[in-house]
Design a protein around this ligand. Structure first.
Ligand code: ZN
Ligand code: ZN
Ligand code: ZN
Length: 282
């Protein structure tokens, strides 16, 4: 049996069966709603998964004609998807422990983030995983460069602009980031408050601060759950979830941090420096 929880722990699931069709999805809806480079979902029979706590904390965003995207209204974690043909999509980032099964490929690879290179040998397909009978999806609005080198949430209400100043860019594998993004890892770009501006929707932002952490918070759009940029409490620094970007920021992640907490079902396929915890002070 496997347990899944959102970042704040208000919502919890029990999974009692095998995950099938585990894939890394690069579609723009996954990137936006998770705020990550890609999302990793597995499918489980509807009868093998149950929400044991916090079902009333789940909020739904209609991301396409066919599907709604659920998220925890308290912390913004994406949660278990609507069932399709008796199967429920499980974001692996929420799982505690090892589900056993491993990803079998990349899907919607044609929509991948411009700043990401797929470096492993898993097969990549342009649509649903082979053998999975998913629906045809309507096109997602491409916001292109209308936000300069900025970004927006999935529903489009929150938009921001980046002035091109990038102070750091990294992939974080810590458990908090994995839960916050319900993904293999977070990809975060850092900029300065001077170079950053919300263009719209700032009043829709919710902030969840992890009570036991000195500083860890997730900022997200209340209407669609998409992780959004977080301005540090002391000011000066803004952390941008790269999945929310609408255009290529130019910068690329330069290192992996907290690799010591990496998801058991994930492996890194690039040559970037890896640090078990925080990067060494420089
Ligand atoms: Zn939560
Ligand atoms: Zn997707
Ligand atoms: Zn939104």
């Amino acid at each position: 049996m496997t347990v899944g929880r959102c970042l704040c722990g208000a919502v919890e699931w029990k999974l009692d069966g095998d995950l099938q069709f585990i894939t890394h999805c690069h579609c723009s809806r996954c990137r936006k709603t998770h705020g990550s480079a890609f999302a990793t979902y597995g499918m489980i029979a509807e009868s093998s998964i149950g929400c044991v706590r916090g079902a009333d904390r789940i909020e739904w965003f209609q991301s396409s004609k066919q599907f709604r995207r659920p998220f925890c209204r308290d912390c913004g974690s994406s949660t278990m998807a609507d069932p399709w043909n008796g199967l429920v999509g499980v974001p692996l980032g929420l799982l505690e422990g090892d589900p056993g099964a491993r990803p079998i490929g990349h899907i919607f690879a044609g929509s991948k983030a411009s700043w990401l290179e797929i470096g492993d040998d898993l097969p990549a397909s342009e649509g649903w995983p082979p053998g999975f009978d998913g629906p045809e999806l309507d096109d997602y609005p491409d916001r292109g460069t209308s936000n300069g080198c900025g970004g927006s949430c999935a529903c489009g209400a929150v938009a921001y602009e980046l002035g091109g100043v990038v102070t750091a860019c990294k992939n974080c594998h810590c458990q908090r980031c994995r839960k916050a993004r319900a993904a293999a890892h977070a990809s975060n770009l850092f900029t300065t408050t001077e170079a950053f501006r919300f263009k719209s929707g700032e009043e829709l932002l919710s902030r969840f601060a992890l009570p036991e952490a000195r500083r860890f918070s997730q900022v997200f759009c209340r209407d669609c759950g998409s992780p959004m940029p977080s301005v540090s409490a002391e000011g000066g620094r803004v952390c941008v979830p790269m999945g929310s970007l609408d255009a290529d920021p130019g910068a690329r992640p330069t290192e992996h941090i907290f690799v010591g907490s990496m998801a058991p079902w994930y492996s890194i396929s690039d040559e970037l420096p890896r640090h078990d915890g925080y990067p060494p002070a420089r």
